[in-house]
Design a protein around this ligand. Structure first.
Ligand code: TYM
Length: 370
């Protein structure tokens, strides 16, 4: 189903993790055997999710058939949740993925909990994970610091993520930069499993783009995030034009009026330039040239207008899709029926490697050495 293809990519090592960054140089590597990624169903997506990860999926679907995308509902239970809101959010996320241009004839979209093999594999991987390693992960440290009673699910969350990836023997995982440490853990667990149980599962690679880290509009030192307490820091694709314009106008920049791209020293205005470049497809140099003579306040109007032009049609489609929940359920059910046999095949191999995969038709396997 998945053909080989060549992409303009270069191998790069970031944070000790093997990942593939899409650049426009001319080195080539052969991509991919299997692409897998996931997103939590927390309502709709923000511009960080969209530009950092989902747009990659939309582009990749033109080059590669059968990308597997999971709406990871189990991951969104690690903090207290409302069951009614979660089921609505699963459908909203399905509508969002279709609205941004993912085509269920080309990609496979499914709900994580509908494939129980994920949680089974999660248990096996938990048994080779160590508490010391998991306690080290930055997202756990950050989230747990705000809680008095830390749910176990929050702690073991990245092991479930590794299981998601391994269940499909994924080779390439397109994500934003905030997921790199989790991907590194997935690599380690797969290697450990292979070494201990003599299997040959592929080691997954992160695939990230230039837009892998879109920052908060209110705190450009931090990533744009749904959990940002300042809601003005985050642009949702369902925000109205007025809301988007207001948020961009209020974006924190600095006291220098000139429009420049200097992420280290001027993160606020650079974040706007990056967003502008990502939604228009214009190179950053062109944007800086065109903005010569404009103050950052004037420039914000242009960015708001470009972001609105890009998001308005997506927002319209989103509401159209939401009007037809049966279609959304059908998409998820089709996805489930396609991925379940793939995951089950992996689990059969895993169970066998672990010594629990008896085959009652194979008498030899049933003989016991006493
Ligand atoms: P989630 O739901 O938080 O985010 C979904 C995707 O959006 C990217 N992203 C960003 N990219 C750039 N700038 C930002 N500000 C930004 N914020 C979010 C994320 O990197 C991600 O790619 N644990 C994962 C979901 C998951 C998963 C998996 C991913 C579960 N299993 C297996 C890949 C493979 C998560 O919470 O993503």
């Amino acid at each position: 189903m998945l053909q080989k293809l060549l992409l303009n990519t270069t191998l790069k090592s970031i944070c000790n993790i093997k990942c593939i960054r899409k650049f426009s140089d001319h080195s080539t590597i052969s991509l991919p055997k299997r692409i897998f990624s996931g997103i939590q169903p927390t309502g709709t997506i923000h511009l960080g999710n969209y530009l950092g990860a989902i747009r990659q999926w939309v582009r990749l679907q033109e080059e590669e058939n059968g990308i597997i995308l999971s709406i990871v509902d189990l991951h969104s239970m690690t903090l207290r949740h409302d069951p009614k809101v979660l089921s609505e959010n699963i459908l909203k996320m399905t509508a969002t993925l279709l609205a941004v241009g993912l085509d269920p004839k080309k990609v496979i979209i499914f709900q994580q909990s509908s494939v129980p093999q994920h949680t089974e594999l999660f248990w096996y991987l938990s048994c080779i994970s160590t508490m010391a390693r998991l306690a080290h992960l930055p997202q756990y440290k950050e989230k747990s610091a705000q809680l008095k009673d830390i749910p176990l699910g929050l702690f073991v969350y990245p092991v479930l993520q590794a299981a998601d990836i391994l269940a499909y023997r994924a080779t390439h995982v397109p994500v934003g930069e905030d997921q790199l440490q989790h991907l590194q853990l997935s690599q380690e667990l797969t290697k450990m499993f292979n070494n201990r149980f003599k299997t040959k599962f592929p080691i997954p690679h992160a695939v990230i783009t230039e837009n892998a880290k879109i920052k908060s509009l209110r705190n450009p030192e931090k990533k744009m995030s749904k959990s940002d307490p300042d809601t003005k820091g985050c642009i949702y694709i369902t925000d109205s034009e007025e809301e988007i314009t207001k948020k961009i106008k209020k974006a924190i920049t600095d006291f220098i009026s000139e429009v420049e791209y200097k992420p280290e020293t001027r993160p606020g205005v650079s974040n706007l330039v990056l967003m502008h470049s990502a939604v228009t497809g214009k190179p950053i140099e062109t944007i800086i040239n065109d903005a010569k003579g404009l103050s950052t306040a004037e420039y914000k109007h242009i960015v708001a207008s470009e972001v609105n032009d890009h998001l308005s049609p997506i927002r319209e489609k989103y509401y159209e899709y939401l009007d037809n929940p049966q279609h959304l359920l059908d998409v998820l059910e089709t996805g489930r029926s396609i991925v379940t046999p793939i995951a089950e095949e992996t689990l059969r191999e895993v169970r066998k490697a672990l010594g629990i995969g008896f085959n009652v038709n194979n008498k030899q396997m049933l003989s016991v050495n006493i």
